[in-house]
Design a protein around this ligand. Sequence first.
Ligand SMILES: NC(=O)c1ccc[n+]([C@@H]2O[C@H](COP(=O)([O-])OP(=O)(O)OC[C@H]3O[C@@H](n4cnc5c(N)ncnc54)[C@H](O)[C@@H]3O)[C@@H](O)[C@H]2O)c1
Length: 273
Amino acid sequence: MNTDWLGLDGRTAIVTGAGGGIGRATSVALAKAGCRVGLIDRDAKNLQETLAEIQATGGQAAALACDVADPASVEAAAAGGMAALGPCDILVNNAGLLRPGPLESLAFAEWNALLAVNLTGYFLCAQMFGRQMHGRGGAIIHVASIAAHHATGFGGAYSVAKAGVVMLSRQLATEWSVHGIRSNCVSPGMIQTPLSQSFYDEPGATERRSAVIPTARIGQPQDVADAILFLASPRSHYVNGEEIVVDGAFSRNIMSFIPRVGYGTPSGGGRDV
Ligand SMILES: NC(=O)c1ccc[n+]([C@@H]2O[C@H](COP(=O)([O-])OP(=O)(O)OC[C@H]3O[C@@H](n4cnc5c(N)ncnc54)[C@H](O)[C@@H]3O)[C@@H](O)[C@H]2O)c1
């Protein structure tokens, strides 16, 4: 029986934002699938927790403290990853932050700070770790967001940056297919992580949010990790320049918000208003 359906055993994977919710779940899942995992984050404490979780189950990983918005820091992490784990086969671009604010008054520094991590950081890591894939092949997975396609009012530069990530991914697929490198996106919807936890701390928020998601629950980091592992695997070899949306059909649910009589379901699941 083939127990390595994904075919990831023995590969070197780098995950940015590995100290956070989606990054940690992805790093642990890649290690369980047999990858050596380079863990990148600028939060050293959370990075060590992810490392300890992987090592506790016998997985192989290395912590690479790094600020993805700083070219010198990414270059050092790429060299450190190569020395500790060998050349990168899989890059998961995931480190990101949320900084809300109305565009009317958004400070120049706030705009630049978000783009530096959420867009430029993705480019820097793709370029520096991608160079280790040239001539050998590889897979790059960028964690974008449904916000790439749907404007987030008062969301500062977040949607703009995520839209840029989707196009960065397509451009990389176009330029680097000749090197055997694939580039794809995973776009999460509402996922409960440290980044979004404050939304769920509000009483009733989980129920109100779940009510607008057809799958009727909030996503968990593992839901996103599972899609990332598929795109990292040779099982998705002919999928390139694409995007998997992981949102329980939330972004396909817009017709349900039109007030109209007679469109409720017998079970009461629709909105018959
Ligand atoms: N949680 C959601 O609902 C959701 C939805 C859509 C997209 N996303 C995206 O998923 C990705 C991961 O988000 P999460 O929810 O796991 O967040 P998280 O805050 O739990 O994790 C993000 C991690 O990135 C790290 N990080 C931030 N800036 C960094 C930098 N400059 N250099 C290195 N590391 C840095 C943080 O320290 C943190 O550990 C982000 O790109 C986010 O935009 C999240």
